[in-house]
Design a protein around this ligand. Structure first.
Ligand code: SF4
Ligand code: SF4
Length: 131
């Protein structure tokens, strides 16, 4: 490319806004119904394990609910689906198969980080603590 052509290109682009955004300083607009983090509401979950069995990515492990939480009588085994979001492909199969509609869905997507993130905190926050 000859120099005058490059100069013209530089001048043309100089006044244009950048095509990229400065994520994460600038948030990316997302659709409201986009598939973000999902987690089980443990006031509804019966610990049936169906979502874990149906997960195609093997991202759900049925896990004991720690002591110190009020657990409903509907969940006598005191277990809940712990989702490893680093394995999850956000297909929402778990959401669809749950017989009691226990899953809460969100548009939260910015979960990447240095530590492995799971649904533990989200799900346990749906339960009352024993006083
Ligand atoms: S959204 Fe899909 S991959 Fe993720 S935990 Fe649910 S069933 Fe598994
Ligand atoms: S399918 Fe629903 S009720 Fe069964 S373990 Fe999963 S979240 Fe709980």
């Amino acid at each position: 490319m000859r120099r005058p052509k490059i100069l013209g290109l530089v001048l043309r682009n100089f006044a244009k806004r950048p095509a990229t955004i400065q994520y994460p300083r600038v948030k990316t607009p997302i659709e409201e119904d986009s598939r973000g983090v999902q987690y089980a509401d443990l006031t509804k979950c019966t610990g049936c394990t169906l979502c874990a069995l149906e997960c195609p990515a093997d991202a759900i492990t049925m896990t004991p609910i720690p002591q110190g939480y009020e657990v409903t009588a509907k969940n006598p085994r005191r277990i809940y689906p712990l989702i490893d979001y680093s394995k999850c492909v956000f297909c929402y199969r778990c959401v669809k198969v749950c017989p009691v509609n226990a899953y809460i869905v969100t548009s939260k997507y910015d979960i990447a980080g240095p530590t492995r993130i799971s649904s533990e905190e989200y799900s346990l926050s749906t339960l009352k603590k024993v006083s």
